[in-house]
Design a protein around this ligand. Structure first.
Ligand SMILES: [Zn+2]
Ligand SMILES: [Zn+2]
Length: 273
């Protein structure tokens, strides 16, 4: 069995005797084929090259998984522990027995999901390693799935993969782009995991959003308003990005201010340009 991994985006593709001719994710205007050309690898080759995953604690019941050397886009996965089982958000494109053992020590996985197709990595292999834990993929983006499998559960609008965890479809970057809202225990003020749906800036105090981040294609006002509207009913104080960013307090207000600033710029309601 040969599961091909695109070296540019890190998405696992289905088993074929020879590597696919192209990666439709990278051919899309939101992503890019590197000037060196389309490349493919496998988990076996990555393992031989010394690729390894490390899980670190972030806060109680929240962990990050980093793969080094990085695979594809190089995002970091997040793992939430709940009383009803664990959820892996945006799995890496790489999996090996040591990575599985680290997650096993945290209690295994009961659900897998991510904000959108770019950051779903080797989602099906991760599911198969954990008793076929369901993989939640937004119905609106299902045609981007590179490795179809019965473990994939399609959803729209909202889903509750585990108690206290809600997926909220916001659209924008992809029609099915989502955030994950975690209400935590009763004393917690709530957390969102943002993926590429809203991108936390390097100051960890602001966010932006784009149709394409690498190609700098913006979103129209109505898409940004839709994201704001979808986030408005959620109560959250902290926000976690997919590349190590964290807004550690007052996240809801900062998200709102940032997206309203974005709308002002795309409308031209500003004087300084
Ligand atoms: Zn790709
Ligand atoms: Zn993306």
């Amino acid at each position: 069995m040969t599961l091909w991994i695109c070296t540019a985006c890190g998405l696992e593709h289905e088993d074929t005797p020879v590597s696919p001719s192209r990666c439709v994710i990278c051919d899309d205007e939101r992503q890019y084929v590197p000037i060196s050309g389309q490349g493919w690898t496998t988990a076996e080759r990555l393992g031989q090259a010394g690729t390894a995953a490390t899980v670190i604690d972030v806060e109680p019941r929240l962990h990050r998984m980093r793969v080094e050397p990085s695979v594809g886009i190089g995002h970091q996965s997040l793992l939430i522990q709940t009383g009803g089982g664990n959820l892996l958000w945006e799995p890496p494109g790489y999996i090996d027995p040591d990575a599985v053992a680290q997650v096993q020590r945290l209690g295994g996985l009961a659900a897998i999901t991510g904000s959108h197709p770019h950051l779903m990595g080797a989602m099906v292999s991760w599911s198969h390693a954990f008793d076929n834990a369901p993989v939640y993929v937004a119905e609106a983006d299902k045609h981007w799935t590179r490795r179809p499998d019965p473990v994939i559960a399609h959803w729209s609008d909202e889903a509750t993969p585990l108690p206290g965890i809600r997926l909220v479809q916001c659209g924008g970057h992809f029609p099915g782009s989502s955030v994950l809202h975690w209400s935590g225990d009763e004393h917690d003020r709530g957390i969102i995991l943002t993926g590429d749906t809203i991108f936390i800036g390097p100051d960890n105090k602001s966010v932006s959003t784009m149709r394409s981040y690498p190609n700098r294609i913006p979103l129209p006002e109505r898409a940004v308003r839709q994201i704001l509207d979808r986030l408005e009913p959620l109560e959250y104080d902290r926000a976690y990005g997919s590349f190590g960013q964290v807004i550690d307090a007052g996240a809801k207000n900062l998200v709102k201010r940032s997206l309203e600033r974005y709308i002002a710029w795309v409308r031209g309601d500003v004087g300084d340009y």
